[in-house]
Design a binder for this molecule. Structure first.
Ligand code: URA
Length: 191
């Protein structure tokens, strides 16, 4: 029989279980598992790529430069604080030297993300960058082509957009598109 506890409790039990995870080699180099942060009943969920150095240090997703940009865009375009969303990553442990996560690491971590999606049960998912967008949309198409519209995803809406790190590198055009994708997410939330 499935666990009858309320979803927020099951989410914290899952986080506790994940804190000792050794399903892939990323366990060897991490300081801590960065499971997720925010409201366990959020209508809006963000999925990034994987923790960086500051996230690994603090145990929280998107707390470095990319996270500060995300926080600002959330306020300016969606009108909410990060605490009203749920934020996680495709892989929960920092890839050494911030390299890309490997396919086997993504596969090993995938059940956590699937459970997080089921338990938080957001109306809208925003995937940040190539890794999260390709994984959840099950495609090889890159983010530049994927973004600009929303997709149905298990009864929810999914809005793929650029990773905030790309906006930090890529300048005004990428930033403007990231902003407009967040406005799209906001409109879908209020439906
Ligand atoms: N980049 C990500 O994809 N996730 C984080 O948590 C931080 C930076």
């Amino acid at each position: 029989m499935s666990d009858p506890s309320p979803a927020p409790i099951r989410l914290s039990l899952l986080a506790e279980e994940a804190s000792g995870c050794t399903r892939c080699a990323l366990a060897e180099g991490r300081k801590q598992v960065v499971f997720g942060d925010g409201s366990p009943t959020a209508d809006l969920m963000f999925v990034g790529e994987g923790p960086g150095a500051q996230e690994d240090e603090q145990g929280l997703p998107f707390v470095g430069r990319s996270g500060r940009l995300l926080d600002r865009l959330l306020q300016e375009e969606v009108g909410i604080d990060r605490s009203a969303c749920y934020i996680t990553n495709v892989v929960k442990c920092r890839p050494p030297g911030n390299r890309d996560p490997k396919p086997d690491e993504i596969v090993a971590c995938r059940p956590y993300l699937s459970e997080q999606l089921a338990l938080v049960d957001p109306a809208v998912i925003v995937t940040l960058g190539n890794f999260a967008s390709k994984l959840l949309l099950d495609t090889e198409t890159g983010i530049t082509k994927l973004r600009g519209r929303s997709y149905g995803y298990a009864g929810r809406s999914l809005v793929p957009t650029f990773h905030p790190a790309a906006a930090l590198r890529g300048g005004a055009d990428v930033l403007a598109k990231l902003r407009s994708d967040l406005v799209r997410a906001k409109l879908l939330m209020s439906r």
